[in-house]
Design a protein around this ligand. Sequence first.
Ligand code: SAM
Length: 249
Amino acid sequence: MEIERPTIQGQEEDDEDDCVWLDEAFFVNQSYETRTFAYGSHVLRLLCLESASTDYDLTGQLVWPGAELLNYHLAQNSDFLTGCSVIELGSGVGVTGLLCSKFCRQVVMTDHNDIVLKVLKQNIGLQSPAETSSCAEMTSEKLEWGNYDQLLKILEKFPEGFDLVLGADICFQQGSIPLLFDTVEQLLQFGHKRCSKFMLAYVSRAKSIDTMVAAEAKKHGLKMREVQGSRSMVAGGSLEGVIFEFVLH
Ligand SMILES: C[S@@+](CC[C@H](N)C(=O)[O-])C[C@H]1O[C@@H](n2cnc3c(N)ncnc32)[C@H](O)[C@@H]1O
């Protein structure tokens, strides 16, 4: 007997009689645990999973090594975040945006996955200002890279634009990288914030993706530079991570 997921678009409808239709919820683990993360003196408590779902699209349910790399860097260099307005792409459970909320004026955390957005929203709700010394206004928004309508809605809500665009460990699928850079370019071009930058914590998992990130940045008119001292081994020493900054030429 075959067991198949019912919601995959374009799924062949042949052999339907042999399929057992199971609700999507059957495959999705939402039994989150509260975990504590510390970056310097900054402590965050949030809901996440300990291990990845087998569904590629649910990568955002846990904290990735790129977020750890970026968060240590931000905690040690927090001065430049003071009073900033930040938008994060592919926030997952929100560990980077939540850290930023301790320094920034405004933090908008985004993701494209509804299940991930649900736990992100819960994590924002868990950060009571009294307990966390958070000073920022925090929100979550749905944003699929390359979706201009969703981006426009966000820009209408935040007409001043953003000083900083952040992304942690969000380059692991070749197909989405050109769309990611479309969105980054639009965010950097928007409004009066022409001095803003995109900060990406990049974890190298395939040479082809390393090359693609640099090529897409160039194609989108972005100058790329490595943040000095950020290159280090992550994920228990098994992968190399680095922080890049991108600005419009
Ligand atoms: C590897 S996880 C990283 C999550 C978090 N930044 C971290 O480092 O812990 C990648 C995140 O990007 C989101 N994502 C992947 N493709 C996306 C797309 N095309 N548009 C928007 N978000 C996307 C996923 O839902 C997921 O939350």
